[in-house]
Design a protein around this ligand. Structure first.
Ligand code: NAP
Length: 738
């Protein structure tokens, strides 16, 4: 609802906050008139001279009788006396508000004066300020792009709340709402404790014998402490005395943690220090992403668009990043192993980072990642701890489905959440069989995340016949099977990736694979190991197709994982006539690895064998591009799984191709594509990383430039895609907007 403009806004206390607020309201014409009162006439006169207010009121009663909105911008302890003094002039149609840093005490002040919380009072707190005081420091931009918290109570009048919220928004602030008690707890932790630490540390060091030396050499970090410690002492004294309980609670927690750090230093316990420091180091990024509901990596603008011009041929000798499936599993098993697991070639993409952060949240000390190296200090099968809050898994379906299984057998409750896109994906396909094993697990509306798992369930082995071939479902049950009594076995209708089985063996855990049936017995242990993660064939696939469709191409891809459950893309491309050679075969950590050379060859359309579909499930977006560049018709069926990936990949690809002038016949479980000329145009990847990269590949054969929208999620699986692509002959430009 649009609020009508305030007629007369009155500010009591023309200090830093009151002055800034008055000035901002005046400059932005949020009120017809702005008046002020300060107990010191000189300050009030200065406020008029500086143009902070239109007029100064001689006393509080006069001020109240003229205003319709009154803002109390005095110290917390002064609110009750001020209200008392102006009370005779207060009307029920006044709107009263404040800016105090502690809300519980202000609420008490109102109740002490009026006998109850008046409906026309809206308590608030701008999360903005500076060490300066007084009207001289008034800054009309102080609240811009800062948050203001309003703490309405049940009796608060909605009109009054709307007017106050509109004022803050008008000053450029983002308005948040929370309860009085919650505000005081949050602020105790995020503002009051850090200030207390700054005051104390600076005071301790200032009292040290060699204090001159300390201040002379004070560098970055300490300087920040001295800046904070320069804040107004009286205001802060009041903050601690009025928000006593919440501050004491968080102070005690900090005190206990500080003592643990002290003991760790005294005892030479580097493990504990690393645990604290690695968690703290990742915290900022983790929480920022979590609050924004995004995936992990920092160097990502909100919106990334690819502009793919004519490029090619595709030539060179490259190594694409590490396998995503193996990166996930190496963190999971390394965390549950006994001893230190060292990983090389770890994919620092967002999805694998989501798994890494989840285990950090469950108390595992993980060093890195640092250029693909990660060291995991395993905690053993029963060493995970309850995370402090829900585990946030960004965009990663693999993390969520595998963790659902692995965490079903733990002693603690846990909740799994994700970003907007992950929150739409089906989770019942794992939850249902896990329940059969005795897990207490619930999904939200429509079987989607968040997934809640109750701790302490006794799992028992089952046999599960998977209705749809899915490596994630199989792995989830196998990981739950580690904690189940007896044997858990899973039969798959068609072969799917077997990285979990291979890596479990790599960690010394017995797994029996008999045809399409995998069996695991609970109760064994995992031993730490070393893993050199091979390149991800799903990332290599974009280059396999790129070189195959672009005349003159000759490209070598090094150290690619060629696990038989993943080479569908090679088999399908070969059936289409692609020129692909594997050499230098070796085995790394139980996984077959090879170098792959691919050269341009004219492709022909085929009927894709259904048994190859699960082996190439992630590669279809780019295989669709290969099909459009082939002569004749390509038919895909038996691929309904594609509809529940990061996007509905059949429809999203068909829509994108249509935008480039390429027709297709969409089926429930597949698509029919015919060789056609690809035009230029704009396509939307719908945030699906593989669709974005597939259309970048299409540009090599397009008659005009392709603009691909919503590509930020490429960082989930292939952070260096554009760099490598341009290195081998693509003509790809990235445009970022915030
Ligand atoms: P300030 O610059 O020192 O201004 C305080 C104002 O209150 C001055 O005008 C002062 O008058 C007046 N005042 C002090 N004691 C009074 C009393 N007993 N009776 C009547 N008026 C009195 O402080 P500020 O930073 O603006 O703080 C004002 C409020 O904003 C506080 O409640 C504080 O919790 C809140 N706040 C501050 C920050 C921050 O970073 N500074 C941030 C958010 C919220 P004189 O002219 O006599 O000094």
């Amino acid at each position: 609802m649009l609020q009508s403009r305030v007629k007369c806004l009155a500010v009591v206390g023309l200090g830093l906050i009151g002055g800034s607020l008055a000035k901002a309201v005046k400059e932005r014409s949020l009120a017809e008139k702005v008046i002020g009162y300060d107990r010191r006439d000189s300050e009030a006169a200065l406020a008029v001279r500086l143009g902070v207010v239109d007029e100064a009121a001689p006393d509080l009663v006069t001020l109240a009788s003229r205003a319709d909105v009154i803002v109390l911008a005095v110290p917390v302890g002064a609110v009750a006396p001020v209200l008392e003094e102006m009370r005779s002039a207060l009307r029920s149609d006044h709107i009263l508000t404040d800016v105090g840093s502690v809300k519980g005490e202000i609420e008490k002040a109102f109740i002490s004066v009026f006998g109850e919380m008046p409906a026309n009072a809206v308590l608030g707190h701008p999360i903005a300020g500076s060490e300066k005081s007084g009207v001289q420091a008034a800054n009309s931009a102080l609240f811009e792009n800062h948050k203001t918290i309003l703490t309405p109570v049940p009796v608060t009048d909605s009109h009054a709340l709307g007017v106050v919220a509109a004022l803050w928004r008008g000053m450029g602030a983002e308005v948040l709402f929370m309860s009085v008690a919650h505000h005081d707890e949050v602020l105790a932790a995020t503002s009051h404790l850090p200030h207390l630490i700054a005051f104390s540390l600076v005071d301790t060091l200032a009292g040290a014998d060699d204090n001159k030396e300390i201040f002379r050499y004070a560098a970055g970090g300490f300087r920040d402490f001295t800046r904070i410690a320069a804040s107004d002492p009286v205001m802060w004294r009041d903050v601690y005395l009025t928000n006593r309980d919440a501050v004491l609670k968080v102070l005690d927690a900090f005190d206990a943690d500080l003592k643990k750090l002290r003991s760790a230093i005294a005892d030479g316990d580097g493990q504990t220090l690393l645990g604290v420091f690695t968690r703290a180091r990742a915290a900022r990024e983790h929480f920022t992403k979590m609050l924004e509901g995004k995936a992990y990596k920092t160097d990502m603008a909100n919106n990334v668009t690819y502009v793919a011009g004519k490029g090619g041929p595709v030539c060179g000798d490259i190594r694409v990043p590490g396998d995503k499936s193996m990166s996930h599993r190496s963190i999971m098993l390394g965390s549950l192993a006994e001893g230190v697991t060292e990983i090389e070639g770890f994919l620092e993409g967002e999805d694998a980072l989501a798994t890494l952060q989840a285990f950090r949240d469950m108390g595992v000390v993980i060093e890195g990642p640092d250029r693909g190296s990660v060291r995991i200090n395993g905690v053993g099968m029963h060493g995970l701890k309850q995370p402090p809050g829900p585990l946030y898994l960004g965009n990663s379906g693999t993390s969520m489905r595998l963790l659902a299984g692995l965490l079903s057998g733990q002693s603690f409750d846990v909740e799994l959440t994700g970003d907007e896109s992950l929150s739409k994906r089906p989770m019942e396909r794992v939850a249902k069989p896990l329940r059969e094993m005795g897990a207490e697990i619930s999904t939200s509306e429509g079987g989607r995340p968040p997934v809640k798992i109750k701790g302490g369930s006794k799992l028992h082995g089952i046999h599960y016949d998977m209705p749809v071939a899915s490596a994630q479902v199989k792995s989830s049950l196998v990981l739950a099977g580690l904690y189940a009594e007896g044997e858990t076995s899973v039969t798959e209708p068609a072969p799917t990736r077997d990285h979990s089985e291979r890596m479990l063996r790599g960690f010394g855990y017995p797994v029996d694979v008999n045809g399409s049936k995998v069996t695991i017995e609970g109760g064994h242990r995992l031993n730490a190991t070393k893993i050199d993660v091979p390149s991800d064939i799903s990332s290599a696939a974009f280059f396999l197709v790129a070189a195959s469709i672009t005349p003159g191409s000759d490209l070598t891809l090094r150290h690619v994982g060629v696990n038989p459950t993943r080479v569908g893309v090679i088999s399908i491309l070969k059936l289409m006539g692609a020129d692909i050679e594997l050499s230098n075969h070796k085995e790394v950590g139980g996984e077959p690895v090879a170098d792959i050379r691919v050269r341009y060859a004219p492709l022909k359309g085929i009927r894709i064998p259904e048994d190859q579909v699960p082996l190439a499930i992630d590669e279809f977006p780019v295989l669709f591009i290969a099909a459009v560049c082939a002569e004749g018709e390509t038919v895909l069926s038996g691929a309904e799984e594609l509809r529940v990936k990061e996007s509905d990949r059949i429809q999203t690809m068909a829509d994108g191709l249509a935008a480039l002038g390429v027709g297709s016949e969409v089926k429930e479980d597949g698509i029919v594509l015919r060789g056609a000329e690809i035009g230029g145009g704009a396509v939307d990847s719908h945030g699906d990383h593989r669709i974005a990269m597939a259309f970048a590949v299409a540009s090599l054969r397009a008659t005009g430039a392709i603009v691909i929208k919503d590509c930020a999620n490429v960082a989930t699986s292939f952070p260096s895609f554009t760099t490598l692509a341009n290195e081998v002959g693509f003509n790809l430009r990235t445009e970022e907007t915030a």
